[in-house]
Design a protein around this ligand. Sequence first.
Ligand code: URP
Ligand code: ZN
Ligand code: ZN
Length: 460
Amino acid sequence: MSILIKNGNIITATDNYVADIFIEGEVIVAIGKNLPHQADTIIDATGKLVMPGGIDPHVHLDMPFMGTYSSDNYETGTRAALFGGTTTVIDFILQKQGNSLQTALQEWKGRSDNNCVGDYSFHMAVTDYNENTQKEIQHFIEQEGITSFKTFMAYKGALMIDDRQMIGLMEEVKKHGGLINVHATNGDMIDYLIAKHKAAGKTAPLYHYLSQPEVTEAEASERFVEMAAYTQCPGYIVHLTCEGALNAVRNATQKNKKVFVETCIQYLILDASLYEQNFEGAKWVMSPPLREKKDQATLWAGINQGLVQVVATDHCPFMWQQKLLGKDDFSKIPNGHPAIENRMELLFSEGVNKGKITLNKFVEVSSTNAAKIFGMFPKKGTIAIGSDADIILLDANEKHTLSAKTHHMNVDYSGYEGWQVTGKIKTVLLRGKIAIDNNECKVDKGYGKFIKRNKVSQII
Ligand code: URP
Ligand code: ZN
Ligand code: ZN
């Protein structure tokens, strides 16, 4: 099978030019003006932006969490991702305390194998670091292609590890060429504040927000940066939300210490005023919580300053019925919100179309940087000869409205109901196949491939 995409405005993290792309099988084999190649399918991309497929390195599909499972499984989640222009996701395996990493991998394979529509990979969340876990790290990096290890400095009593475990894990991961990603908030402080609010009879979603003030994130981020610098282990802070935490990273860079930073689309465009309503605010109960307008400004600036390299989603959807588990107690509301399908269009509409970021920056933070940081570049994350033909065609001017009535995520509300978006993903190619066209998915479950990732190289 061959495809010729003609006359598109090709945007990568560095370039912007009009040309044709010729695809044979799964990969791009030629790029140039007026290519003479014959193809089975020709796509006229005149007037469209042609960009690398999005990479969302932070999603939770079919994940056991807070007494329930996130409501998108590997099929519905990766299909919804494709509709929104994201061709590859990285999901999280959670080690169960007392069990091995390998046991967790087998459990996650049981749910994901042959079920994905789009491409996917895994981070391994280490929740119990001990001498047995230590022995498994090298195997995961060198044999399984799982090169990033997630740690939680919060969710005390469930997923949280202490600093002793963190340092030990960092040393081992560093030795074998991997990376640590971290949920950086102070779990003990949060645990105390939750208990304090509950004891005072404060049960509404607003108290989820008030139990995780900015200082809990700033403190943990600073601690993580220092531990990463001490061990020289590459580090990546997931879902960073606020000025205090970004300043901790900024200050460290002044001493030539570095960690990668991810924020999520919701922290750029939503704010904590959404918690000032009754239980409806549960739709946005996530950790860390939404912050203030001043934090949004800091994050957009951080993207342009190169301090924030990735915009992900932390997609972790729950049906309204599941959110109701916390009707009388905010600490029982399953944490997370749906965004896997909305990330690219929202970032384009709010970022590029409103002049906050350039087109090249859009590609960098929605695709290229994640591919580089997580060992998939240049197979993923760019438009180049030899790269996988993961390509989106976007109409920069088409307006549409986001709604649970029309989205493809398996969740019965939208965090962005009624949101007016300018810019629409029209066509999506995944490894040389047309996956989305005319609002229809053209590939089946099982087409999505597990992507084995390379060791981490500090190239950005
Ligand atoms: O609220 C969130 N973020 N839910 C998913 C788990 C996590 O902390 O990433
Ligand atoms: Zn988290
Ligand atoms: Zn998460």
